[in-house]
Design a protein. Structure first.
Length: 316
């Protein structure tokens, strides 16, 4: 991923030295900055230097702010994690029941409605959904705020985890908690839109597959209550596929928060990448992408380990 993003960012027809120096800078100033940033060296040499520094925990400095990129990412990271957790919890808590209901009432009105909602959620573009929600719920109805993490008149909670919802609860600031939750509803819904659809579809297909097995017919023939058949036997055996897609969607939510955070002015890693692209800030783009790639791979690894808790037949 580091090789790929390094090459792609350097293929963009723009001069980062000119961006760092400003449009009014002279040629001599641009060349001096180019030497300072090491942009005068061949691309393989630049990559070697970058990886060498990266292995020592140095992500470089932002071209625009001149601040260490790792410090800026750590500052913005809790905002993205908080929004991502809210989105995946919302989509999971709603998607799994919808999938179960759709599977147990196959070819019914409920099933067709759930499948229509899932299909719509996967088709509609994220930016369009976000803009429409802002238009309706902010401009027309005035129910939710336009964006941001917290109101200007609300006191920011003490920094404990960096996630305002948790910090406000831990510090007993319930008014701040309600205000932060109020700001999180619209971006959280937009970010969970696709995940909700995918989780519902995967839950439905997994449940349909399990409910057609012989052991399900056996437990039903023994007179076991339908609720126990569905939630104890069927759902548990369909849990591997559901857990896999939930974990993958959490990684996708973190990686795909760029558009949502930009629309709702959410100060996370996504908006950091968006501003980096807008300002041709190559080190910021590369650093944030590598962090997200690492998180995505780590989530996949954690999911593989969690398989042991669901299916005792799996041994490592």
């Amino acid at each position: 991923m580091s090789v790929f993003i390094f090459i792609v960012t350097h293929m963009i027809p723009a001069d980062p030295a000119r961006v760092a120096a400003g449009q009014d800078a002279t040629i001599e100033m641009v060349e001096r900055i180019r030497v300072e940033m090491g942009l005068n060296k061949p691309l393989p040499v630049q990559y070697y230097i970058y990886i060498r520094n990266l292995l020592h925990g140095d992500f470089g400095r932002s071209i625009m702010s001149r601040k260490p990129i790792l410090d800026e990412l750590l500052y913005r990271f809790p905002a993205t994690i908080e929004l991502s957790l809210f989105s995946i919890i919302f989509s999971t808590c709603l998607g799994i029941p919808l999938g179960i209901i759709s599977a147990t009432r196959r070819n019914s009105v409920v099933d067709y409605t759930t499948r229509l909602i899932s299909m719509t959620g996967m088709i509609l573009p994220v930016f369009w959904v976000g803009l429409m929600l802002q238009l309706v719920f902010y401009k027309k109805l005035g129910v939710f705020p336009f964006g941001g993490r917290i109101s200007l008149t609300t006191e920011i909670p003490p920094h404990i985890t960096g996630m305002y919802l948790f910090d406000s609860l831990l510090s007993g600031q319930f008014h701040t908690f309600v205000d932060c939750l109020h700001h999180m509803v619209l971006p959280g819904f937009v970010l969970s839109n696709v995940s909700l659809a995918i989780i519902a579809r995967v839950t439905r297909s997994s449940m349909l597959d399990v409910l057609s097995k012989d052991y399900i017919r056996t437990v039903r023939a023994k007179g076991l209550a339908e609720r126990n058949v569905i939630y104890v036997h069927a759902l548990k055996n369909a849990g591997l596929a559901i857990m896999t897609v939930v974990g993958l969607r959490l990684g996708a939510i973190i990686a795909g928060a760029v558009i949502t955070e930009a629309i709702f002015n959410w100060p996370g890693i996504g908006s950091y990448i968006y501003k980096g692209i807008e300002n041709m800030d190559y080190p910021a783009i590369i650093g944030a992408t590598i962090i997200i790639s690492f998180l995505f791979a780590s989530l996949n690894f954690i999911i593989d380990i969690l398989y042991l808790l669901i299916d005792p037949r799996i041994k490592y």
